[in-house]
Design a binder for this molecule. Structure first.
Ligand code: NAD
Length: 479
């Protein structure tokens, strides 16, 4: 029997958080909410452990992540199952998260090869050098959509660089983080360096206000990212806050029909459209009807419950379906309707199938807001400049892709779109390690990116040391 309650609103949390399996709506677990007293005890413990961790060399600290990388590989199946059961993903998507987590670990292992202090003799006998030092205790607040990968954007680098980390996973997907913590301990991470805290809004506010936390990374929706960024920085903390997205795909008439349709169908429906990199709005330039037709054909082949998982909650399903209904009422043409799909063995689950809407106008809600479901809104444009203008009118700026076989046009678009990550003939242009991940505009607040080399600056402070040895004071030790 599916249970009535679904996503618990963060400010309605009691002492326990119920965890549901979105594939059938059933309760699978519950986790206790971290109390303020427990948080204080954890902070005391971490302060002591972090000061010992910070004096180890970087090379020593990264040994944990060589071990963790292999533990992720040997426990991949179990991790994927936890991810799928609390998030609703397909097995393949769960495994992809584990693979990405391994890659993020590998980057942390390479930090000693990347970080080099700068040294220069600035005048005769006087040397200046820099070193990167840990910040101390830091916090990471993560969303539901990638319960393993998003925490792993921050944890390996922050820990390897000498910090202690408080991870607060989404209250909708709190279980993967607990298993990750146990694997970190098995890999040799001293206890107290990674603390998992569970809760919602109240706990996030405590982390933002806590004087002993020096830096905070946040990933979630733009509205909350802005709140968290303001609160953390007003408390003089370093903060990076990644927000939501409305990713556009600009399709030119010369685009390869097969490649473009396959990429777009996968990019709009992968992870049930609950990716901050999901293809959400397509701008068709000129006559690309043959490609639109092919996208629908490809999307029709994606079966809910098999190739596409469940969305996170009953509220999410209702919200996505409302967007579709509103768009049709506003005049969009429904080419493929994913509302209330038939799903084999999916009784009680929160499923939405791939949905394609054509002739969407840029002023419609579905063209402007993040739907966070497997829905593609197609707008029409007579030329490339207007297509770019439609895209750049968005407040977001996470990712964008252009589909064309003409390199000059690809560069023209890539140079002009106001986003942090651009793809050419790629539906989901996630930069691979060591390139950093981060959007622009209202998709990210803060200066650094969350992964890659850019994150080194975020998780450390730069110390500048000037040294002078006075030759006249030298003693002749050989006499
Ligand atoms: P969310 O903003 O609802 O929640 C994110 C985190 O904030 C959770 O840990 C939650 O407990 C906490 N939170 C919720 N309400 C809060 C409040 N009022 N005050 C303080 N904290 C609060 O996001 P979500 O629904 O879990 O995740 C989906 C969103 O995350 C989408 O908008 C998606 O685009 C975004 N996202 C962005 C990226 C990126 O890289 N830009 C990556 C993944 C997800």
């Amino acid at each position: 029997m599916p249970i009535e309650t679904t996503h618990t609103s963060p400010n309605e949390l009691g002492h326990q958080i119920d965890v549901l399996d979105p594939r059938n709506g059933r309760k699978i677990s519950e986790v206790p909410v971290t109390s303020p007293e427990q948080l204080n005890l954890m902070l005391d413990q971490s302060t002591v452990v972090q000061s010992e961790w910070a004096v180890r060399t970087l090379k020593e600290r990264v040994q944990v992540f060589f071990q963790l990388r292999n533990l992720l590989a040997s426990n991949a199946e179990e991790l994927a199952q936890i991810i799928c059961s609390e998030n609703g993903k397909t097995h393949g998507e769960g495994m992809a998260e584990v693979n990405k987590a391994m890659e993020l670990c590998e980057f942390a292992c390479s930090l000693p090869q990347i970080i080099h202090d700068e040294v220069q003799e600035v005048s005769r006998g006087v040397e200046c050098r820099t070193s990167r030092q840990p910040r101390g205790i830091v916090a990471c607040i993560t969303p539901f959509n990638f319960p393993l990968m998003v925490p792993m954007w921050s944890l390996p680098n922050a820990l390897a660089l000498g910090n202690a980390v408080f991870l607060k996973p989404s209250e909708q997907t709190p279980l993967t983080a607990v298993r990750l913590q146990s694997l970190m301990h098995e890999a040799g991470l001293p206890r107290g360096l990674l603390q998992i805290v569970q809760g919602g809004k109240d706990l996030v506010e405590k982390l933002c206000d806590c004087p002993s936390i020096d830096a905070l990374s946040f990933v979630g929706s733009t509205k909350i990212a802005a709140l968290v960024y303001r609160r953390a920085t007003s408390n003089l903390k370093n903060c990076i806050a990644l927000g939501g997205a409305k990713n556009h795909l600009i399709v030119l008439p010369d685009a390869d029909e097969e490649v473009t349709a396959a990429n777009i169908a996968a990019a709009m429906s992968g992870c049930a459209g609950q990716r901050c990199m999901a293809a959400s709005a397509m701008v068709a330039v000129g006559n690309v009807d043959h490609i639109v037709h092919k996208i629908v054909q490809e999307a029709e082949k994606i079966t809910p419950g098999a190739e596409i998982g469940a969305v996170i909650s009953a509220e999410a399903k209702a919200r996505i379906e409302r967007y579709i209904t509103d768009a049709v009422r506003s005049g969009a043409q429904l080419l493929l309707d994913g509302r209330n799909p038939e799903v084999a063995n999916g009784e009680g689950g929160f499923y939405v199938g791939p949905t394609v809407l054509d002739h969407v106008r840029p002023d419609m809600k579905i063209a402007q807001e993040e739907v966070f479901g497997p829905v593609l809104a197609i707008m029409r444009s007579p030329d490339v400049d207007q297509a770019i203008a439609i895209e750049n009118a968005s407040n977001y700026g996470n990712a964008s892709s252009v589909f064309t076989q003409n390199g000059a046009w690809a560069n023209y678009v890539a140079d002009r779109v106001s986003v942090g990550m651009v793809g050419v003939n790629i539906g989901v242009p996630v930069p691979r390690e060591p390139f950093s991940f981060g959007g622009w505009n209202e998709s990210k607040f803060g200066t650094c990116d969350i992964t890659g080399k850019s994150s080194i600056h975020f998780w450390t402070r730069l110390k500048k040391r000037t040294t002078k040895w006075n030759a006249s004071d030298w003693q002749d030790w050989t006499s």
